[in-house]
Design a protein around this ligand. Sequence first.
Ligand SMILES: [Zn+2]
Length: 242
Amino acid sequence: MTPSRSSLPTLLELQGLDSRLLTTVNRARSLQSSESVAALLRRRAQAIAASRDLDAAKAEAETAVVAAETKVAEIQSRIERDEKRLNAGGTSKDLLGIQHQIESLTAQRAVAEEEQLAAMDNAEEVAADRERKLPLLRAADAEARAAVAERDAELAALKTEHERLTGERARMAAAFPDAGLLARYDEHRTARGGGRIAVARYEDGTCGACGTRLSPADAAALEATPESAIPQCPECAAMLLL
Ligand SMILES: [Zn+2]
């Protein structure tokens, strides 16, 4: 049975479907391996880690303030206790001892109050630093989330389109009248890693598959292809619709 040239226009439609299927697959692959989305996700992970660090620094600074306050209060209560003892009276030696103790505690309180002020200053700085940085970190998080959502929406649309085209392709292949020609087409299309154009138009002396402009001799030979055979590009071997 000789291949039927009359089926070439239908085969060309099938090629159109296969090309669109390939485009959806390639687009999905490129989206899945998108470096820009991956970079945004890395930035998001860094932002999450940085914001945890900021939270921890804030908590640590606040704890230091409380500890400094507690220390001042403890010294203060010891001073007050000694002052009561002093007021209660006693031997002059005892009173002198208590007086010294109060002086020593008062000096300690001054140091502790300095430490308390420093802790409060530090806590304020840490909190302000956190307030400055958090919006940037939230923005990095939001940007990555938006990019992922956009990519996922496009992938879902591509999946739907791929399913639709696959169904259409199956119906068209099932109805194709020339099984031998279809097999030849598929073999050529999927050869050498696939994705090849197996059938195209021949227009203005040019192969629509590989874009080669045929020499006058090749063009004449092509146009002289017997009716019983399918014209083929001498460069890429695509079947050509004259
Ligand atoms: Zn060609």
